[in-house]
Design a protein around this ligand. Structure first.
Ligand code: PEP
Ligand code: MN
Length: 262
């Protein structure tokens, strides 16, 4: 908390990118890694528009057991290939404590998904890693509970924790979740950790992603994590909320009007 550490934590993400300082960090890429062509094309495109971290899921926590579950290690290898090609550090989710070691071998940043925010066994394992962790808030997690989950990682020794607000469940159905933007100033008040906003999962609709991104930057977030897919209608997951590379490019132009991008 701020009581223990007053100054903001600036976290090195690899390849000279850090989060929590003056500059906004934009992480972008597909929901799921689907093929070599798909991840490379997306990686080059998001880099050209100013993203400095590549996202892509290899282990996907799907609501239905019959939905595509991810390419697993093959997907991790493709992320490593895309990192080599573009120089972008990569962020990817670890779903199962059993896979922590495997995912850590390939990833620069490990993501904990909303559904695992209170998987304390997983959090403790990540607390013993020497890699940054992006911890997503659960869809029904209070800010206090969210911070206690972060504490599980910090208490084990890993101080490189990034908090991510990705929308919470409310009665509203126009959006997939309700983006709790006030989480940005509230978290900034209470903790020294960097705060990232995920407008893709928060809204569930690509057309709403740009406006919520600008609002998040205005609210003072340290970073954005955005789903981008070269062909959203063919995406294996989260197509409706994924921006086309061209839409991402024009959004990034406007983001620069609000903030210096890393
Ligand atoms: C994701 O980032 O693709 C994801 C599954 O997000 P969340 O855990 O926020 O639903
Ligand atoms: Mn997704």
């Amino acid at each position: 908390s701020r009581e223990v550490k007053l100054e903001p934590s600036i976290i090195d993400l690899g390849n000279g990118v850090s989060i929590g300082g003056e500059k906004l960090v934009v992480m972008a890429g597909p929901c799921a890694v689907e093929s070599e062509d798909q991840i490379l094309e997306t990686a080059y495109a998001v880099k050209a528009s100013g993203a400095t971290v590549l996202r892509g899921g290899a282990f996907k926590p799907r609501t239905s057991p019959y939905s595509f579950q991810g390419m697993e290690e093959e997907g991790l290898k493709l992320l490593a290939l895309a990192r080599e090609a573009t120089g972008l550090p990569v962020i990817t989710e670890v779903v199962n404590p059993r896979d922590v070691e495997l995912v850590a071998r390939y990833a620069d940043i490990l993501q904990v998904g909303a559904r695992n925010v209170q998987n304390f066994a997983l959090l403790k394992m990540l607390g013993r890693l020497d890699k940054p962790i992006l911890l997503k808030r659960g869809m029904a997690t209070t800010i206090q509970e969210f911070l206690m989950s972060a504490e599980y990682i910090l208490a084990e020794g890993n101080q490189r924790v990034i908090l991510c607000e990705r929308g919470i469940r409310t009665f509203e159905t126009a959006t997939r979740n309700t983006l709790d933007l006030s989480a940005v100033p509230v978290l900034k008040e209470q903790t020294h950790l960097p705060v990232v906003i995920d407008p893709s999962h928060a809204t569930g609709h690509a057309r709403l992603v740009p406006s919520m991104s600008y609002a998040a930057v205005a609210a003072g977030c340290d970073g954005l994590i955005i789903e981008v897919h070269p062909c959203p209608e063919k995406a294996t997951s989260d197509g409706p909320q994924s921006l086309r590379p061209e839409a991402f490019a024009s959004m990034m132009e406007k983001v620069r009007a609000f903030a210096a991008v890393a």
